[in-house]
Ligand binder design. Sequence first.
Ligand code: THU
Ligand code: ZN
Length: 297
Amino acid sequence: MQDRFIHCIAALPTSLRDAILPILNQDFAGHIDAQQIADLCQTTGMTEKALLIGLLPIAAALAKPPISDFHVGAIAKGKSGDIYMGANLELSGEALCHSVHAEQSAISHAWLSGEQKIVDIIVNASPCGHCRQFINELVDGQQVNIHLPEQTTQSLSHYLPYAFGPADLNITEALLTKQQHGLDFDSADPMIIEALDHASLSYAPYTHSYAAVVLETQDGHTYCGRYAENAAFNPSMMPMQMALSTLIRHNRDLSEIKRAVLIESSLGKISLVGASMDALHACAPVELEHIVVEASD
Ligand code: THU
Ligand code: ZN
């Protein structure tokens, strides 16, 4: 088991602790599939809601909050039945707007794993306004169920009435609908090819600045993030933040980053290069490779 789970495991009910231990192996990065969830319910005798709330301390153990020391864990459950954990991330010494909220981390985890719809979000603290707005960008966002410990389950429409969303800006698609943007760039570099693939899947209906980041650690593993815009602009999740959150979920240290690539579309209204460099330099002494590619939309 990974060291980061030692404390939270001790506080779990014994039956859940025994059942979850084999899942928390060295490769665990917060994903538990639908069959494993069904098995966990059966062996522990817990309802699915009680189980997912019981797993929140494990999600919170994925957090890296050096500024607040406030660990938030969230779980996004996809239409497939698989669950995706996420946790907050704060960048030491850098502006607070570079932070990632647990809900954003969990949702981006589900998105990067190919989920096309999120049905439930389970979180250990009431979602802030920024996260409610981020959830509202999802496919059928108003219907997403929010589960909190000690609270009745309510849909997002309860937490975010009179919502402002994509439709107010005449956008009919939503975050997690399949994106496929034409980005053209010739490269044999696997990291650049990976970043291009993710940029073409990014969600940027407001600026068309399709973008992705890939980070490589010293041992050659790569971690990626796609740009996820929001109708209210500020809650957008930048690809650098998403990639950093992915890397931390995989129990890697920021100091292990040895290479970073940002791909952006040439036709976008904005560039993420300045903000991405700021975030990267708060994490590792690595220069950002910035590639602007020809786009067809
Ligand atoms: N935080 C979340 O992760 N989700 C919320 O909805 C509330 C706030 C995080 C952000 C920051 O890292 C810390 O909690 C303090 O606000
Ligand atoms: Zn939040």
